[in-house]
Design a protein around this ligand. Structure first.
Ligand SMILES: [Mg+2]
Length: 210
């Protein structure tokens, strides 16, 4: 499996981000939501926030003190360890703001994740940051990197990968992508209920291309 190069998203793929947000929303706005209430990737909609509250929340959730303590997704560490052992290269592809770079590396190292690099991508058309020294690429830059598989949860990025690239996609099932219609991309997109399923998708891909 030594040639495989895998795109792994950070939030809600490597770590349980939305789950951590629920606590922040309750603490800051006094509103309690359950994980399954997060029907929209757009947190403004899911948590019924006004613009001011949304900006406050975005500031808080990109704070190192919150990002540092995110819990790994169930099963992810075992799968990544197995991949690393057989030479699979992992590139962490995140839409987080580039200012979060130090805490991203800190988190990955703390959990002994072997990764090639963290790639910051402007996934959601957010205002580019002027952070010096951290490159932020546009999604189109992902097209020719030779990914064997992309593991994503965000609807906008899944749409992009499906329609603008040839990269096979493992969609990690979350409440906000459950209703996506992926029927047109059948064969290249696989819905995965957990990381065990993601591991199988890569095995299958590698077997097919061998
Ligand atoms: Mg994500």
């Amino acid at each position: 499996m030594s040639k495989a190069l895998v795109y792994v998203d950070f939030d809600d793929v490597l770590c349980q981000t939305a789950d951590a947000f629920l606590g922040v929303v309750e603490r800051e706005f006094g509103r309690r939501y359950a994980f399954d209430d997060i029907h929209f990737f757009d947190l403004e909609k899911s948590f019924h926030l006004n613009q001011e509250e949304y900006e406050h929340l975005m500031g808080l959730i990109h704070d190192p003190s919150i990002l540092r303590i995110m819990v790994p997704m169930p099963g992810v560490l075992d799968v990544l360890k197995e991949w690393a052992a057989v030479g699979v290269q992992t590139v962490v592809v995140t839409g987080r703001p580039p200012e979060t770079e130090p805490v991203c590396h800190e988190w990955l190292e703390r959990h002994n994740i072997q990764y090639d690099r963290v790639l910051f991508v402007d996934k959601y058309g957010r205002t580019p940051s002027s952070q010096v020294g951290v490159e932020v690429v546009v999604p189109e830059n992902l097209i020719d990197l030779g990914f064997t598989l992309a593991v994503e949860d965000a609807p906008a990025m899944i749409e992009f990968l499906v329609h603008q690239t040839d990269i096979p996609v493992a969609v990690l099932e979350r409440p906000w992508n459950r209703r996506m219609d992926l029927s047109r991309a059948e064969g290249r997109v696989v819905r995965c209920k957990d990381w065990l399923a993601v591991g199988e998708v890569l095995n299958e891909r590698v077997r097919c291309s061998a």
